[in-house]
Design a protein around this ligand. Structure first.
Ligand SMILES: Cc1ncc(COP(=O)(O)O)c(C=O)c1O
Length: 393
């Protein structure tokens, strides 16, 4: 039982939970039945009506409005992209950075955030990695690192590799004070941690939709704060223009960009996923992100307790202030755990410092207890199945 929402009802939306112990939502969430049904409806429209594109595009704008509300943004601040990595590259290439400028990133953060900026080294932009010294990262992490040529800070909201929750609001305030651009990779937090783009004060937020937003891979979202028309897209297409030519003939003198985030959109959209997102937002909003967060924190507390009983160390932060609600990396002793979990129908991910357990809105306290029992059984070599015991150490 969760005190936050009816998890049993949500769980019925995810038939995969009958087949396996799914603890890998930070990798991807399984498809909910209502989201799958939205995809099937979309494909049927394409199949039976040859694709009613104007209708699909009208719905795209409705979904854009819903995404905007989800992030407390305006529709014109939202662009649809392919994934988080595209969002980070849009940001890196749009910022007006010059040779000698520097950008601050967090050491060990997601490589696709880093590479987007490292690629600017060819323009003479310096990327500085700031280490995580405390339990997590906040404004104090960066304060002394900012110099006269620092132009931007870019980081994840939640880290994929150890489940840190970075203090984006505090860092956003620091960026506002020091007049720095602020770029946030929200891939791991979207749909799990409430994210208010205004409160965070980010210039650009990028996220994919295949984790907390529950749709298949291939759709991303970029928030670009209103009023930043100096940010220019690296790619251009008809859809980037303020006044696209009605005759579809490109001309030198018609290059003015659209206002807002739409300038970063090029070509056709991932329409199936946008339809899926409409259904997943129905599901997420029926529960509420704050409730998803609170439930995941409860599951996390229970996991930490169960792992403490077995003296298994948590790699990332322990306190609720510093940790993400749903990502926990466990320092399990010895090798062979990935194979062992697979043999027990447990889906988790190997991470750089351990095994990552991550919760979705459908996980329960019983899932945590089952997981702890499965760990305990292997923790005691005498009770290991012979085939698995051979794999270990
Ligand atoms: C924090 C973070 N950023 C970026 C990515 C890359 O996401 P995408 O495939 O949407 O580019 C991931 C993927 O797991 C991630 O966890």
């Amino acid at each position: 039982m969760s005190q936050h929402y009816d998890v049993a009802a949500v769980r019925r939306e995810f038939p995969v939970v009958e087949r396996m112990l799914y603890l890998d939502s930070a990798h991807q969430t399984p498809l909910a039945t209502s989201v799958k049904d939205a995809l099937v409806r979309f494909y049927s429209e394409g199949n039976e009506f040859a694709g009613p594109k104007p209708l699909w595009l009208r719905r795209t704008e409705e979904v854009r409005e819903r995404v905007a509300r989800f992030f407390n943004a305006a529709p014109a601040e939202i662009a649809f992209t392919k994934n988080t990595s595209e969002g980070m590259n849009i940001a890196a290439n749009a910022l007006p950075l010059e040779s000698g400028d520097n950008v601050l990133l967090v050491e060990g953060d997601h490589p696709n955030n880093a590479y987007a900026f490292l690629n600017l080294q060819r323009k003479g932009v310096e990327v500085r990695f700031v280490p995580i010294t405390g339990e997590t990262v906040d404004a104090s992490t960066f304060e002394d690192r900012i110099d006269a040529r620092t132009r931007a800070i870019s980081l994840s909201h939640v880290t994929f590799h150890a489940g840190h929750l970075f203090d984006v609001e505090g860092i956003g305030r620091l960026c506002a004070e020091r007049q720095l651009y602020f770029v946030v990779d929200a891939m791991q937090s979207t749909g799990v941690v409430p994210l208010d783009a205004r409160a965070v004060g980010a210039t650009i937020i990028g996220s994919g939709c295949h984790k907390g937003l529950l749709v298949p891979q291939g759709l991303g979202i970029v928030f670009c704060k209103a009023g930043h028309d100096e940010l220019r897209p690296a790619y251009m297409a008809l859809s980037s223009l303020a006044d696209p030519p009605a005759d579809y003939i490109a001309r030198h003198d018609n290059m003015a960009l659209r206002d807002g985030a739409g300038r970063f959109e090029i070509g056709n959209f991932n329409l199936p996923d946008i339809h899926a997102l409409s259904a997943s937002l129905d599901l997420i909003e029926s529960v509420g992100v704050a409730n998803i967060q609170a439930h995941a924190y409860d599951l996390g507390d229970r996991l930490i307790e169960r792992m403490d009983e077995q003296k298994i160390r948590l790699v990332g932060p322990r306190s609720r202030q510093a940790r993400s609600p749903h990502i926990y990396v466990l320092d399990l002793p010895g090798d062979g755990w990935t194979e062992y979990f697979a043999s027990q129908q447990v889906r988790v991910s190997p991470e750089r410092d351990g095994i990552r357990v991550s919760f979705g809105l459908f996980n329960t306290a019983e899932d945590v207890d089952r997981f702890a029992d499965i760990v305990r059984r292997r923790g005691n070599p005498a009770s290991r199945p012979a085939a698995m015991a051979a794999n270990v150490d």
